[in-house]
Ligand binder design. Structure first.
Ligand code: BGC
Length: 368
């Protein structure tokens, strides 16, 4: 079967031939890959950034945002049956630490995890994949058109879950109110796919969502946000330290821009007892200048929290697909507008080399 691979550290993606995987254990599921998203991490891998081939191999099959159809299941599998739509999660357990033993490799303590398509394990840009049921999430047929967004959605869901757990653990009103998010001012910084999907999950919860980016308000991503009832803040027009005075200060900030200086500047927009969750991975090692004393003073006097969040648990995928279904009911057809570019697998080179301004999410089509 065909697969798209890179040589970590160097070189362009190319088509390789791989043996089609088969079910070899009772807890495994075989998926026919339907489509696979391209994300910033893939583009960085191609540019020589963070990635690792499986042990003993030179090449890594890339791709970690997938949608598939169940082709075959092992005897013990109960979560899905042939014909179902499903996705596999990204990270695989290290086999040594407690979080991994609890199927939370997203919180792995040893760092010996693998990530399909990124770190030491082949990914999903191929025709068929096999994995264990514990990494599988089944999707309702209504999600056929947008299910490929389940992975970036899961990353957004984990960040929101982190914010909620931190606040519920320390704010008396947050632990008492089941509807805590309703009307709550939340800022999402960086309106790429993760930022827009975080905005979506927050809007599903009824939050007052502000989205920050530096593109014109008339362009596709701000307009997508406005259509779900969000408000757009153009960072080119409103300096960050003015956000707090122009609008209200934020209770929760989800950072999805991957710009180190911005991550700290965002604290200017954070209200008392607020929390910032960082999801972006800045590249390079350029130092930034900070007023450290003022920053620490603000955090301490304001009871503010900063958390980093990477990857996502199986449960966050489940939350994500549930929220996408709610979003489909509330804003029919709107989520699909995030998928702006589709490339046939044979045209993969164009998909990976182009990154047009109007692209939100590009996907490689493997099957219908
Ligand atoms: C993926 C995560 C992964 C992270 C770091 C992101 O692009 O969505 O699943 O953990 O990269 O490798």
């Amino acid at each position: 079967m065909k697969a798209i691979a890179i040589q970590p550290g160097a070189g362009q993606p190319h088509m390789v031939d791989r043996t089609q995987p088969t079910i070899t254990a009772a807890n495994q599921v075989l998926l026919r890959v339907l489509r696979v998203g391209i994300c910033g991490t893939d583009r960085e891998e191609i540019l020589g950034g963070r990635s690792k081939a499986p042990d003993g191999q030179k090449e890594l099959v890339i791709g970690h945002e997938m949608l598939g159809r169940v082709e075959k299941v092992g005897d013990q599998v109960t979560r899905a049956k042939p014909g179902d739509l499903a996705v596999f999660t990204v990270r695989r357990v290290c086999g040594e630490c407690l979080p991994c033993a609890m199927n939370r490799p997203d919180m792995c303590l040893t760092g010996k995890y693998h990530e399909r398509g990124i770190w030491g394990m082949d990914g999903y840009q191929t025709e068929y994949v096999v994995d264990q049921e514990q990494y599988l999430v089944r999707l309702a047929p209504e999600l056929a058109g947008i299910g490929v967004l389940a992975e970036p959605m899961s990353v957004a869901e984990k960040a929101i879950d982190e914010a909620e757990r931190i606040q519920a653990g320390r704010l008396p009103q947050a632990s008492a109110a089941p509807d805590w998010w309703f009307g709550r001012p939340c800022l999402v910084a960086g309106l790429g796919p993760i930022g827009l999907l975080a905005a979506l999950a927050l809007r599903v919860r009824g939050a007052a969502v502000y989205g920050l980016d530096i593109v014109p308000e008339a362009s596709a991503r701000p307009q997508w946000l406005l259509a779900i009832g969000g408000q757009y803040i153009n960072g080119k027009e409103i300096p960050l330290d003015k956000i707090a005075s122009l609008r209200q200060s934020m209770d929760v900030i989800i950072e999805a821009a991957g710009i180190a200086s911005l991550s700290f500047n965002l604290l200017d927009a954070l209200g008392a007892n607020g929390v910032v969750v960082l999801t972006g991975l800045p590249d390079g090692d350029r130092p930034i200048e900070l007023n450290g004393a003022a920053l620490v003073r603000g955090l301490v006097l304001g009871n503010q929290a900063i958390a980093g969040s990477v990857n996502a648990a199986r449960d966050h995928f489940q939350l994500g697909v549930d929220d996408m279904l709610s979003a489909e009911l509330r804003w029919p057809g709107h989520v699909a507008k995030l998928i702006t570019h589709r490339y046939a697998a044979k045209d993969f080179a164009t998909g990976f080399s182009q990154h047009p301004d109007d692209e939100i999410k590009a996907v490689i089509e493997w099957a219908q």
